[in-house]
Design a protein around this ligand. Structure first.
Ligand code: NAD
Length: 247
């Protein structure tokens, strides 16, 4: 048996370029920071200029808008000559029970959470092919798989990411591109800060570990999937939920 490789080398992203969407948010900024700490140059994308860290390149873009995504990749191409990692964290909720959910709330969430991934992949795949391969991580949610009261739009968009991600994994694998999905359970961020205490208590109860996750928990899973440590992992859904959903 050959000696085990150095784990830190397998997690290194030295010389790699990563693009992170939703990079001003709780999970996105932690992801950007962990990729940067692993040695990657990071382009941070958010609605307004993202300020994840002084060293990161910031690109303002509404990722639900096809023309804006195209312009963003033009700006990206002027600054970077390759793309190795895409982590799509941008996402919104607009909760209401189905029969009270207006059409804007439906399309707004689908466009921001799901259409965006399609738009990003269309630009990212050719760049990753040119770089000889790459890794894409789409941030879904456990609510994609289990459904959630008041979140028909959100659950549908996040379930769509799983189908899109697995199809992209099949279509791009032969170019050395891996595509995986991370499904967080409840994580302590701005998105969940305003939820009633009883919902947070229920999430804690549901979790086998008895706690709500931290943004770092998702960032570490993102780094694993972005790095050579997960070289033979593609088309998978990795739940980072403390065992909140097990099936
Ligand atoms: P957050 O609100 O802190 O971050 C989301 C970021 O996305 C924000 O910075 C926002 O400006 C950006 N964004 C929204 N619309 C955009 C658009 N059209 N274009 C560009 N950027 C846009 O939320 P978070 O908790 O960090 O969530 C990050 C991702 O994780 C989301 O996709 C969310 O659905 C998912 N998620 C979160 C949890 C949780 O409990 N926090 C659980 C499961 C999944």
């Amino acid at each position: 048996m050959s000696p085990a490789p150095d784990p830190s080398a397998l997690l290194s992203l030295e010389g790699r370029v990563a693009l992170v969407t939703g990079a001003s948010g709780g999970i996105g900024s932690a992801v950007a920071e962990s990729l940067r700490a692993a040695g990657a140059e990071v382009a941070c994308v958010d609605l307004e200029r993202a300020g994840a860290s002084a060293e990161a390149e910031s690109l303002a873009c509404d990722v639900s808008d096809p023309a804006a995504v195209e312009r963003m990749f033009e700006r990206f191409g002027k600054r970077f000559d390759r793309l190795d990692v895409l982590v799509h964290c941008a996402g919104i909720t607009r909760d209401a029970v189905l029969w009270k959910m207006d059409h804007d709330a439906w399309t707004g969430v689908l466009r921001t959470n799901l259409d965006s991934a399609y738009l990003l992949l269309r630009h990212a795949v050719p760049l990753m092919r040119a770089a000889g391969g790459g890794s894409v991580v789409l941030i879904s949610s456990i609510n994609a798989e289990r459904g959630k009261l008041g979140q028909a739009n959100y659950a549908a968009s996040k379930a769509g990411l799983i189908g899109l991600g697995r199809t992209a994994a099949r279509e791009t694998g032969r170019f050395g591109i891996r595509v995986n999905v991370v499904s967080p359970g409840m994580i302590d961020t701005a998105m969940t800060a305003s939820l009633p205490d009883e919902i947070k208590a229920r999430a804690r109860q549901e979790s086998a570990l008895g706690k709500i996750g931290r943004v770092e928990d998702v960032a570490q899973a993102g780094l694993f999937l972005a790095s050579p440590m997960s070289d033979h992992v593609t088309g998978q859904v990795l739940r980072v939920d403390g065992g909140q959903l097990m099936a």
